[in-house]
Design a protein around this ligand. Sequence first.
Ligand code: AP5
Length: 216
Amino acid sequence: MRIILLGAPGAGKGTQAQYITEKFGIPQISTGDMLRAAVKAGTPLGVEAKKVMDAGGLVSDEIIIGLVKERITEADCAKGFLFDGFPRTIPQADALKTAGVKIDAVVEIDVDDAEIIKRMSGRRVHPGSGRTYHVIFNPPKVEGKDDVTGEDLVQRADDQEETVRQRLNVYHDQTKPLIDYYKGWSEQETGSAPSYVYVAGVGSVEDIRDKVFSAL
Ligand code: AP5
């Protein structure tokens, strides 16, 4: 199973990715998590990426495409993978197509901007795994601690309201066109085109999970 999760920042991609990867036994490839790992390690890529991420912009297509191409050759991707946060621009989607990477399904999780701004202030993440929580809507079992490791949860630097608004602007300008890109492809072609799945992303985390599973 090769799946793309599409949606605005904060739409719940990371939250649903946890369920999908477990059900299908495939790895989650989150370009955001890969970049945050590079930032934490202080690599030259991480130093460059941090400036862009903190400002709510997008890291260059060239860097992202290189990272993803390398990642999907690893052994754990043999049975498939879930892209979370990639592709995010038309050139990134074109690069996948040109490289002949076949995708089975594109899942759009749709949430409006006002709801997203409410969600982001309460988000907490486990930096080691990328597991995501919300202080009210999806709380961890023990406040401030990851359910699996018991390690501390943190708030992301780019979750301040002003940065979230900038990330939403970038989403509407550069990522939203991918909805028509994949919808159009799926309607025009059968066989090589991925199936397009739309899921309204407001409701309980479990309801959305069930909608995604039944669609897949
Ligand atoms: P990235 O890490 O990919 O961030 P994002 O796409 O902006 O998405 P988020 O991780 O913020 O949100 P999400 O949809 O996963 O939501 P979540 O499940 O956490 O990217 C960060 C940065 O890296 C980018 O800004 C860019 O600079 C760079 N980058 C990454 N990929 C790139 C690429 N391909 N090209 C160029 N640059 C790239 O949920 C949000 C909150 O809501 C959580 O607290 C959660 O618990 C809660 N929640 C989830 N579901 C529900 C629900 N149903 N009801 C209520 N609350 C809910």
